[in-house]
Design a protein around this ligand. Structure first.
Ligand SMILES: [Fe+2]
Ligand SMILES: [Fe+2]
Length: 260
């Protein structure tokens, strides 16, 4: 794909700033820029896969679909953290870690911090209607507050709520166009969630759902290990092998190359 150097550099500060950046940070910035550009315009025509395809399956990412990375084998009884380590693509991991870090810094409840950490990881499996897919994938392992929040954050992203300082994301103007009107089912989901007692469980995910890009910000799964331990019911057989109604979703991520 073509890189718009001026647009990229504009996100990186002065030449001196760029020279001072470690090459890893620069590479991250480049990758981030390419993802945003892919979301934003024209390049959609060049894609060889549907836009709703999960990232792990060659969905819109800079090195997909021709250079799919060789995947590490998963442990026999994979944990949630193993999926972060071996399957979830770095840009998706960075995004949810940034969200969860923001929630943690602002002193949110542990369940909300975990909801932020999990809210978009399903994008590795499938992108379209990721709120619903994501909620379902987590449902057997988390409290209802968490899965409910994940389900409705997708619709709520389109509707501002000044009472908590949530504005319509600028990125959505780029992805969907300035005059975009969400389809009726999204509007219905929003209205349902807006009037539900758990509204804030979903709304606060959107508040911490930041696309801010700070190349100096180091994020890690480590601060969240204890919260995962307390609020994510890790099945002893391993995710994918516990016969839950969604075990196949996790197995699909473990074995994305299986043809049938
Ligand atoms: Fe999302
Ligand atoms: Fe998100």
């Amino acid at each position: 794909m073509q890189i718009d150097r001026r647009a990229l550099f504009a996100t990186l500060g002065t030449a001196a700033d760029r020279n001072a950046m470690p090459s890893e940070a620069l590479a991250d910035a480049l990758e981030h820029h390419m993802i945003e550009s892919l979301d934003a315009e024209g390049t959609k025509d060049e894609l060889k896969v549907r836009l709703g395809t999960g990232v792990l399956f060659g969905g819109p990412l800079p090195d997909a679909p021709t250079e799919l990375k060789k995947l590490e084998p998963m442990p026999e009884k994979p944990t949630l953290v193993d999926f972060f380590k071996y399957r979830f693509a770095p840009p998706t991991v960075r995004h949810v870690l940034q969200s969860a870090t923001d929630a943690m810094k602002k002193g949110e409840r542990e369940e909300l911090i975990l909801a932020c950490l999990l809210h978009d990881v399903v994008l590795n499996l499938i992108k379209v209607d990721h709120g619903w897919w994501g909620a379902q994938m987590m449902e057997p392992y988390v409290s209802e507050k968490i899965s409910w929040g994940i389900r409705y954050h997708q619709a709520l992203r389109f509707y501002p709520d000044p009472s908590v300082g949530y504005e319509y994301p600028e990125l959505y103007n780029k992805i969907f166009g300035k005059d975009y009107v969400p389809p009726p089912y999204i509007k219905q989901a929003y209205e349902y969630a807006r009037n539900h007692k758990s509204y804030m469980d979903a709304r606060m995910i959107t508040v911490h759902d930041i696309y801010a890009f700070d190349p100096t910000m180091k994020v890690s799964i480590d601060p969240f290990i204890d919260i995962i331990g307390r609020h994510f019911k890790q099945p002893k057989e391993g995710l994918g092998y516990d016969n839950s109604p969604v075990a196949h979703m996790w197995r699909t991520l473990i074995f994305p190359d299986t043809p049938l």
